[in-house]
Write a protein that binds this ligand. Structure first.
Ligand SMILES: NC(=O)c1ccc[n+]([C@@H]2O[C@H](COP(=O)([O-])OP(=O)(O)OC[C@H]3O[C@@H](n4cnc5c(N)ncnc54)[C@H](OP(=O)(O)O)[C@@H]3O)[C@@H](O)[C@H]2O)c1
Length: 376
């Protein structure tokens, strides 16, 4: 009988968190130590930072389950050597440009892989590896987290409330502070290459910011404008559920970033792609940190419509947390619980497509996400 990934994992190996002492990394490391029995390796380019955080975790959690390692994702040989005694590598770095090499190294070292990358082309970039991933019976999961990660999960979860599912509008609002400009590298390239799509009247079509919606984002954010974006993980949802309308919408940041920084990014990147990105990330993070409202947190929801028992039904599924890092790490930790149980398929998969949504919701709630369902 073939060995399941969970049995394989039980044998001896550990999970390496590349970028493990970063913002999301620290939250995920703590959740994993709390929620599972696994051993983890904290890795990044600065050995002293990795050592220091590993020592802190070993003081906080019993069993001396944390080690540290110096790993530079730009060095392929270093990656392969670092992954050799590891079962799973979790990529929490700000290095979208290095993703193919990190995934290739994971394959060569014969370990599983998970990333939380935001970029729209991540799945496409990794797809050429898929036949080797399947052949080696490895599990590669891409675009975990909440944005991406949760849009497809929320659309799938709402399906149980309808006999006929018609509409699913995903909206999110986030207010967080950036400690380092590098944390915004992926966001800047998304803004520079801004693309938006909505599904209406039986087809996907390009959208503009003029198709903004006004949505009630709960008591902390209130009623606000949200703008369409592109989110590859929901592309197959209209066909899966026969939806008439769907899309993912996000709020802006604040007047300074939305009306001054965004246009500067668009114009400068049109003139020359990649120009002054260091300055732009500094300007963007300064603008977010200086002009955003004092409340910090994330609200993520699906406003869904359909027919139930021959009546029109409207359902709002809302998740909230005051900490954006935890809002990212909790879905990943809940997904990993399914991975450790051996429930996930071999091959390359998007988090939003491969998880059991009911189990994920239940685990996310236990880990501290405030989730409520409003049926109208
Ligand atoms: N999917 C989602 O929902 C979601 C949500 C939030 C964030 N994200 C993404 O998550 C990523 C991490 O965000 P964050 O806020 O945690 O960033 P962060 O605090 O800057 O952490 C990044 C970590 O990566 C390490 N690192 C950077 N370059 C490296 C390299 N070449 N080799 C090895 N380690 C390297 C850094 O340490 P050293 O610099 O010391 O090496 C640091 O530990 C970002 O790309 C962000 O876009 C995704």
């Amino acid at each position: 009988m073939p060995e399941s990934p969970a049995q394989d994992l039980m044998k001896h190996k550990s999970v390496l968190l590349l970028g493990g002492y970063g913002g999301v990394g620290q939250c995920l490391a703590r959740l994993l130590l709390k929620e599972t029995q696994i051993e983890i390796v904290i890795a990044g380019r600065r050995k002293e930072k990795a050592d220091e955080f590993a020592a802190t975790l070993n003081r906080e959690y019993a069993g001396h389950r944390v080690n540290s390692r110096c790993v530079d994702a730009s060095d392929y040989t270093c990656l392969v050597a670092a992954f050799e005694d590891v079962q799973l590598v979790i990529v929490l770095t700000t290095t979208p440009n290095l993703i193919k090499q990190i995934a290739q190294a994971a394959l060569v070292a014969d370990c599983d892989y998970l990333d939380i990358l935001v970029g729209e082309n991540t799945f496409q970039d990794l797809e050429p590896l898929n036949s080797s991933i399947k052949q080696q019976k490895r599990i590669f999961i891409t675009q975990a987290g909440f944005h991406p990660g949760l849009p497809a999960v929320f659309i799938r979860y709402a399906a149980q409330y309808f006999d006929t599912y018609e509409k699913a509008i995903i909206a999110m609002a986030m207010n967080a502070r950036f400690e380092r400009a590098e944390q915004a590298v992926e966001i800047i390239s998304l803004i520079a290459e801004f693309k938006a799509e909505v599904y209406k009247a039986g087809a996907w079509r390009n959208a503009t910011y003029q198709e903004a919606l006004t949505i009630d984002m709960g008591s902390k954010f209130g009623s606000m404008q949200v703008f369409p974006i592109q989110m590859p993980e929901i592309k197959s949802m209209p066909e899966m559920f026969s939806l008439n309308e769907t899309g993912v919408y996000v709020s802006g940041f604040n007047w300074f970033v939305d009306y001054l920084v965004f246009p500067i990014i668009w114009v400068s990147q049109k003139i020359r792609k990649g120009w002054a990105t260091g300055f732009l990330t500094q300007l963007f993070t300064w603008g977010v940190n200086t002009f955003s409202s004092p409340y910090q947190g994330v609200v993520f929801l699906n406003e869904a419509e359909g027919i139930k028992d021959n009546k029109k039904q409207r359902v709002r599924i809302i998740a909230e947390h005051d900490d954006a890092y935890l809002f990212t790490a909790i879905p990943v930790a809940a997904l990993l619980k399914q991975y450790f149980k051996g429930c996930l398929p071999f091959g390359l998969g998007l988090m939003g497509h491969i998880v059991d949504v009911n189990e994920l919701f239940s685990d996310m709630e236990k880990m501290g996400l405030h989730i409520r369902v409003e049926e109208q």
